[in-house]
Ligand binder design. Structure first.
Ligand SMILES: [Ca+2]
Ligand SMILES: [Ca+2]
Length: 357
């Protein structure tokens, strides 16, 4: 009522300014609550190991707690820095007037996101063995994968921290893939790293790099020395080696010596064979389930929990410096006893993002 009288009075006396209205309103207005506006990168995004998150509020909050992460100055725009956990995680923000939950996929250094999908697993080309057939449709969930074969330097850190046995034939230089590691060694490393070995299906899906039905991670062209490390002219004492091709290496090459595939992965063809999670079964493709197939157990977790006791033959993929062009095809399958070690056998790891366990 008082306001109405004031307004009326203003009109009556013909004043257009300084009626006292503004002053009176300011005295009774509550400050606007602090509201979350947006986040960059936005919720649902990938968050790489060296990235920070910027949060925008309508005005600076007086207090703000963030789990996980560390908050910079409390302004309208707040920067949150890591370290952030690998894989799926939620970030909880709590401030004086509210809360907000953001979802991210933490991508550690040396890993890339492999977006899940369907693909044709196996091959019916002239080069394919019976065990690569029938070609069948497989769906795999999304996962993070090591961009490189596990290096000597990474494996040394694992041995130093855990006291795990060293490779029995010692080490190559730091940038080379670790070799002379058994499937049990690889499983122990993966557990230590908070990762796991890929299933055979995940491995082949990743190796193909988005190319459907091609022989190699780069397409159908046979290796010419520029794409991968395989049995080339340097292996003069192996009859199957290609005497026409020079890939630069007699033995293993430092990881990442050749171009990456369509998914940003190196050495998915050749260099060293890579241990997979599955038990080897030559006839598995005829009976395997279409979604996240795994031979030898129902779930990856089942294998990981008791891997020390596993005795069944294990799958290896990708070929190596010691096999010919047929062996470095994306669908080529290899196997060894899990306790075996060899100078052409290494591994790489993945991190689950969905309920594959
Ligand atoms: Ca070679
Ligand atoms: Ca390899």
């Amino acid at each position: 009522m008082k306001k109405i009288i004031n307004v009326f009075a203003c009109i009556i006396i013909g004043l257009s300014v300084s009626c006292g209205l503004d002053t009176e309103d300011e005295g009774i207005t509550e400050p606007e609550p602090v509201k979350f506006r947006s986040a960059i990168p936005e919720s649902g995004s990938l968050l790489h190991f060296d990235e920070s998150i910027t949060i925008f509020f309508n005005r600076a909050p007086e207090t703000l707690t963030v789990v996980p992460g560390t908050v910079s100055d409390l302004k309208r725009q707040v920067t949150i820095t890591g370290p952030f956990p690998p894989g799926n995680f939620s970030m909880e923000l709590t401030w004086d007037d509210g809360t907000q939950t953001l979802e991210y996929i933490g991508v550690p250094e040396g890993m890339v996101m492999i977006h899940g999908g369907a693909f044709q697993m196996g091959s019916d080309s002239e080069m394919a063995a019976e065990e690569e057939q029938p070609v069948h449709t497989v769906f795999v969930d999304s996962f993070l994968m090591d961009t490189h074969e596990v290096t000597v330097s990474a494996y040394k850190r694992f041995v130093q921290e855990t006291g795990h046995r060293e490779p029995e034939s010692g080490y190559y230089a730091d940038k080379y893939p670790v070799v002379f590691v058994s499937w049990h060694d690889a499983m122990a490393y993966a557990k230590w790293a908070g990762k796991r070995l890929p299933t055979e299906a995940e491995w082949e899906y990743a190796a193909r790099g988005g190319l459907e039905g091609q022989h190699y991670p780069w397409g159908n062209t046979p290796p010419d020395g520029t794409q991968c490390n395989f049995a080339d002219k340097h292996l003069t004492h192996f009859w199957w080696a290609d005497p026409e091709v020079d890939d630069g290496y007699t033995d293993t090459a430092p990881v990442g010596s050749y171009p990456e595939n369509g998914y940003g992965l190196f050495d998915m063809a050749g260099n060293v064979l890579e241990w997979c999670l599955d038990a080897y079964d030559a006839n598995f493709y005829g009976i395997s389930q279409g979604e996240n197939p795994l031979s030898g157990a129902n779930t990856p977790k089942e294998i990981s929990e008791n891997f020390e006791t596993v005795e069944a033959i294990r799958v290896l993929r990708g070929g190596s410096w010691i096999v010919n062009s047929v062996g470095v095809r994306s669908s080529a399958r290899f196997w060894l006893m899990p306790e075996s070690v060899h100078n052409s056998v290494g591994f790489r790891c993945i991190i689950d993002l969905d309920n594959v366990e």
